[in-house]
Design a protein around this ligand. Sequence first.
Ligand SMILES: [Zn+2]
Length: 134
Amino acid sequence: MSYGDRRLHHSRVLQFVQAPPPKSLRAEPLVDFPFPDVLPPQLQPKLEEFVAATGGGESDLITRVASWKLGGWPTWHLTAPDDFACTACGTSLTLLFTAASDDLTTRVIVGRFGDLRIFTCPADAAHPFHVDVH
Ligand SMILES: [Zn+2]
C-alpha cells in the first residue's frame, strides 16, 4: 500500500464514523487489560475472576472498555485473539485507537454495534495501518 493508498483508505474509514456531539469527549486515564487468552496461563484465572466480579455476569467491563481509547489492548469478544502483521516489514501491529459503539457519551455506533480499531506499525509510523470493525 503506498502513501496515496493510505490517504484513500483513511477517507473511507471516515465515511463510517460520525463525529460525536460537541464537548462530549474528555480524556481519562484507565487501566486496560488484555484478553485473558493472551496472558500467561497462571494469570488467566485471576483476570477471569476480576472480569466476572465487575461485569455483573452480563458483560465484560474489564477487557472491553465501553468508550473510545488511545492505545491499550484490542478487544476480542467476537473472535479468538489474532495478530496483524505490518505489510511493509512484518512487525506485529499495535492498537492505536478504538471507537466503541457502547459509549453512551458519544452515542457513536460503528457498523452493527462493533468497535472500530486502528492498528499501526511500532517500527515505523509511515508504514501502512490496519483498520477493522470487531
Ligand atoms: Zn512496519
